[in-house]
Ligand binder design. Structure first.
Ligand SMILES: Nc1ncnc2c1ncn2[C@@H]1O[C@H](COP(=O)(O)OP(=O)(O)OP(=O)(O)O)[C@@H](O)[C@H]1O
Ligand SMILES: [Mg+2]
Length: 415
C-alpha cells in the first residue's frame, strides 16, 4: 500500500471556514489534493470565534468536504489565529561571549546564539497573552550589524540577537483549539493568519526585496511586512470586505443588495470616473426599488479602502522602513482582493506598486485552493510540512520516518 501522510490547513474566517489538504507521498513530494469550505455563519466575529458549536459545525462541514475530495481521512490540522489581539513586536537579547584569554575574544557557539535568542524572548508579556511564534531577524556582533545568519564560529566579545515575536490572546487560542478538538482532529500547529498566508502567496524574492502582505478578509485585514527575507512586522486591522458592505448598506438598502452592489458596481480605483453606470436595488424594507449609481457607491467604498491602506502605511512607518525599502510593493489577497480597483487604490494610498497575490509555489490538484480566499489554508499546509521536515532534520531518524511520527495516525479513509 502506498504510504501517504496528510495534513489539513484550516482557516476559520469571519465569513467562511476554508480548508486545504496537503498530501506527502513516499518521495516527500507535497501536493494540495483537497479543499473544502463552509460559511462560518456568525460564529466568528472579526476573526475571533464567538460561538463554539456554530464554529465546530462549520469546521466539520469544511473538513468533510475536503476529505471527500482528497479521499483521505484528516487527523492533523494546522489552524490559523486572527483578530486584533494577535500582535507582533520586536525583541532584542545580548550575551557576552567568554574570551579565550585576556587578548583573544572567544568564538560564538551555537549555545550562545540560542541563549541570545532566549534572552530576547524574556519580555514581560501581558498575562492574557501567549507566544505564537518567535523568528530570529538578525544578529549583531562587534562591528557588524544585523547579520542574517547566526555568526557561529566567529570571534566576538558580545552577541546580540534580534527577534520578532507574535503573540495572541490565550483564551482565543484555547477556543480555536477546542473547535478543532470538537471536530475530532488533532491540532498540529497554530500560526498567525498573516504569516501563514504570506507563506503561500509571497515569493522568496519578494520577501528578500521588501514587501507588504495584506489579506483583506470579511472582518479583518491581516498584514505582514518582510524585509531581507525576514518578518519585520505584523498587525491585524479591524477593517475588511464586510465593513465596506456595511458602509454601502448605510444608503438604506438591504445587506444582500449592498453585497451585490459591492461586487458588481463598485470600482474603488477612480470613483469620479465611474459615470452613469447603475444598478436597481431594493430599498430597506423592500417596498421600493431605486437606482444606485456607480459613482456614489464607489466613492463610499473608496473612502473605507483609503482608510485601510492609510492604516497599513502607518504600520509600515512604525518599522522605520521607507517606501524605497519595499520595492516588491504591496501584495493583496483574501476575498477582499476581488474588489474592483483595489490595486489602484492601494497604490494611490501607499505610494507602492500593488498586485493581487494568489496561493502558489505548490502543486495543486483542485482549482479552489488557487483562489485568494485559500491563501491562509494553503500556507498552513506549507508551514506544517516545513515544521515537520525541520524537526526531522534536527532529529537523527530518517526524514520520512519523522514526518510520519509528527503526522501520525493518517489512515486511508474507508470508502
Ligand atoms: N467579487 C468581489 N468583490 C468584492 N468583494 C468580494 C468579492 N468576492 C468576495 N468579496 C468579499 O470578500 C470577503 C470574504 O473574504 P474571505 O473569505 O477572505 O474572508 P474571511 O477569511 O472569512 O474573513 P476574515 O479573514 O476577515 O476573518 C467578503 O467581505 C466578501 O464580500
Ligand atoms: Mg481570512
Amino acid at each position: 500500500m502506498m504510504s501517504v501522510r496528510t495534513v489539513a490547513g484550516l482557516d476559520i474566517g469571519t465569513e467562511r471556514v476554508a480548508c486545504a489538504v496537503g498530501e506527502l507521498d513516499e518521495n516527500d513530494h507535497l501536493q494540495i489534493t483537497g479543499a473544502g469550505q463552509a460559511p462560518s455563519s456568525d460564529s466568528v466575529r472579526d476573526g475571533v470565534i464567538v460561538d463554539l458549536d456554530g464554529a465546530t459545525e462549520a469546521v466539520n462541514r469544511a473538513l468533510e468536504e475536503a476529505e471527500s475530495i482528497s479521499s483521505w481521512e484528516i487527523r492533523e490540522v494546522a489552524v490559523a489565529i486572527s483578530g486584533t489581539h494577535v500582535r507582533g513586536f520586536p525583541g532584542r537579547g545580548t550575551v557576552n561571549i567568554e574570551p579565550e584569554d585576556d587578548y583573544t575574544p572567544g568564538e560564538v557557539t551555537r549555545a550562545a546564539v540560542d541563549m541570545a535568542v532566549e534572552t530576547a524572548q524574556l519580555i514581560k508579556l501581558p498575562r492574557e497573552s501567549t507566544v505564537m511564534s518567535t523568528v530570529p531577524c538578525g544578529y549583531t556582533i562587534d562591528g557588524f550589524e544585523r547579520l542574517a545568519r547566526p555568526p557561529v564560529g566567529l570571534r566576538a566579545e558580545r552577541l546580540t540577537a534580534d527577534i520578532y515575536m507574535v503573540t495572541a490572546d490565550r483564551t482565543a487560542v484555547m477556543n480555536l483549539e477546542q473547535v478543532v478538538r470538537n471536530s475530532g482532529r488533532r491540532v498540529a500547529l497554530v500560526q498567525a493568519a498573516a504569516t501563514s498566508g504570506a507563506r503561500a502567496v509571497l515569493t522568496r524574492d519578494e520577501m528578500e526585496m521588501g514587501v507588504i502582505y495584506a489579506d483583506i478578509g470579511a472582518g479583518t485585514t491581516d498584514m505582514a511586512i518582510y524585509h531581507s527575507g525576514m518578518l519585520v512586522h505584523m498587525a491585524v486591522i479591524p477593517i475588511g470586505g464586510e465593513t465596506i458592505t456595511r458602509d454601502i448598506q448605510a444608503i438604506r438598502i438591504p445587506r444582500s443588495d449592498a453585497e451585490i452592489i459591492k461586487r458588481e458596481l463598485v470600482d474603488v480605483s477612480l470613483p469620479a470616473t465611474q459615470g452613469r453606470k447603475s444598478l436597481t436595488v431594493n430599498t430597506l424594507g423592500y417596498r421600493d426599488k431605486v437606482p444606485v449609481t456607480a459613482e456614489i457607491v464607489s466613492e463610499i467604498a473608496a473612502r473605507r479602502v483609503a482608510e485601510l491602506f492609510d492604516l497599513i502605511g502607518t504600520e509600515m512607518k512604525q518599522t522605520g522602513l521607507r517606501l524605497s525599502d519595499l520595492p516588491a510593493g504591496i501584495v493583496i489577497t483574501g476575498g477582499g482582493s476581488r474588489l474592483s480597483g483595489i490595486t489602484g487604490a492601494a497604490s494611490r494610498a501607499t505610494g507602492l506598486p500593488a498586485v493581487v497575490g494568489l496561493p502558489s509555489g505548490v502543486e495543486m490538484s483542485t482549482a479552489l485552493t488557487g483562489t485568494p480566499e485559500f491563501s491562509v489554508a494553503v500556507g498552513l499546509v506549507l508551514m506544517a510540512v516545513e515544521e515537520a521536515r525541520s524537526k526531522s532534520r534536527r532529529g537523527r531518524s530518517s526524514l520520512l520516518g519523522d514526518i510520519g511520527k509528527s503526522f501520525r495516525g493518517m489512515f486511508r479513509k474507508l470508502k
